[in-house]
Design a protein around this ligand. Structure first.
Ligand code: HEC
Length: 127
């Protein structure tokens, strides 16, 4: 076999199993028929949040208005709520007080794309 074709084959093999996108595709295919946002919600948020009722955390339907529909502000909170609180964000402090200071755990593993998909899902407001 020529060196060139060996290189080509190993590049293809690497592309087929190495990328994060493929990992993501695998995760999504475990939830057939679910939107990406819902799948991420089920895996990371549902133990503490419902759309329309209070659970451990507050009901999330309509929560964007409580953040002035500022997606980058709410994205920051979802990734690290304690940081938003310590930086003095007014809604972050208020929701923390309203929930007897039970903290929401940080979500450093979520990508910007994941959080945007979550925000779309929350904006639909349907479980
Ligand atoms: C272990 C429980 C827990 C998990 C898991 C959790 N949350 Fe929370 N969440 C809370 C609590 C408690 C609060 C309110 C207190 C605070 O601010 O920390 C909150 C507050 C919020 C708020 C603010 C709501 C408002 O009315 O302003 C949003 C938005 C939110 N969470 C989204 C999410 C998303 C999206 C996920 C999944 C990526 C998630 N949460 C995972 C417990 C949780």
């Amino acid at each position: 076999m020529k060196l060139q074709s060996i290189l080509l084959i190993s590049t293809l093999a690497f592309a087929a199993c190495g990328s994060d996108n493929n990992q993501q595709a695998k995760k999504e295919s475990n939830h057939p028929g679910m939107s990406k946002g819902k799948a991420i919600f089920v895996a990371n948020c549902m133990q503490c949040h419902k759309m329309n009722d209070k659970s451990i955390g507050p009901a999330l339907a309509g929560s964007m208005q409580r953040w002035d529909n500022d997606t980058s502000r709410i994205a920051k909170f979802i990734r690290n709520s304690q940081e938003s609180i310590s930086l003095g964000d007014a809604r972050a402090k208020q929701v923390y007080e309203e929930n007897n200071k039970s903290p929401m755990p940080p979500m450093p593993h979520l990508t910007d794309n994941d959080i945007n998909a979550l925000i779309d899902y929350i904006n639909k407001g349907v479980e």
